[in-house]
Design a protein around this ligand. Structure first.
Ligand SMILES: C[S@@+](CC[C@H](N)C(=O)[O-])C[C@H]1O[C@@H](n2cnc3c(N)ncnc32)[C@H](O)[C@@H]1O
Length: 212
């Protein structure tokens, strides 16, 4: 179990063993292909970019792409893949609670299967950072773990605070997983304009597009 900046991140070891953990873009990209040009998106931050599948996807489409992640091995993989595709990589090793960019830096922030890796207090801090670096009217495209009391995986985890589970084994052992209710998502985004919200077919995640 490796600790980075005081946090356990099993993904770091995973990227070290296999740098191409994720290769295909999320399905929501079919919608962002339409929304991003409509909302004047040029600069995109991938918060928790991992090995860079979305940096490559949006970089190839001509967007300026930036990525942050807590895993050095993930960033190394992302950097290599982006270089192979001739996409300028602007990457930073950073915890999502402290995004190393200035106010209003981005037209869009994307974040897939990342923000859930937080205790509640850190979720609040992450959203404050997102609101700081995303310009007014910018878009946030993300997925969040969906709370389901019957979800088998939670039963093999320890609940450390309401709806926050820490797996006792496996790749994500020791990493917090906050599972959101729909009401919680809408409360969290009450100052945002939610443009798209759905439960993914596997029922494990929500996909959300919101405008600041
Ligand atoms: C399931 S992977 C998803 C990676 C990428 N978003 C994708 O869709 O391919 C979760 C990612 O979150 C990153 N992560 C976990 N905790 C983090 C934190 N506190 N700050 C930034 N990134 C974090 C991990 O290093 C890992 O790359």
């Amino acid at each position: 179990m490796k600790k980075i900046a005081g946090k356990i991140n099993g993904w770091d070891t995973a990227y070290k063993k296999n740098p191409q953990q994720f290769t295909e873009p999320e399905k929501i990209c079919a919608l962002t292909d339409v929304l991003f040009p409509k909302y004047g998106v040029h600069r995109i931050l991938d918060l928790g970019c991992g090995n860079g599948r979305h940096l490559v996807y949006f970089g190839k489409a001509g967007y300026q792409v930036f990525g942050t992640d807590l895993s050095g091995w993930g960033l190394q993989a992302a950097n290599k893949w982006a270089s192979q595709e001739n996409i300028p990589s602007r990457l930073a090793l950073a915890d999502m609670q402290s995004i190393p960019f200035a106010e209003d830096s981005f037209d869009a922030i994307i974040s897939f299967k990342v923000i859930q890796h937080n205790l509640e207090v850190d979720i609040q801090a992450t959203f404050r950072e997102i609101e700081r670096v995303l310009r007014k009217d910018g878009l946030l495209v993300m997925d969040l773990l969906r709370y389901d009391p019957d979800f088998e995986r939670f039963k093999k985890s320890t609940m450390v605070e309401p709806h926050t589970f820490v797996p006792r084994s496996g790749l994500e052992k020791g990493m917090p997983h906050h599972a959101f209710t729909k009401a919680e998502v809408f409360e969290l985004l009450h100052t945002w304009n939610i443009k798209f919200f759905n439960t993914q077919p596997d029922k494990k995640h929500y996909t959300i597009v919101a405008q600041r």
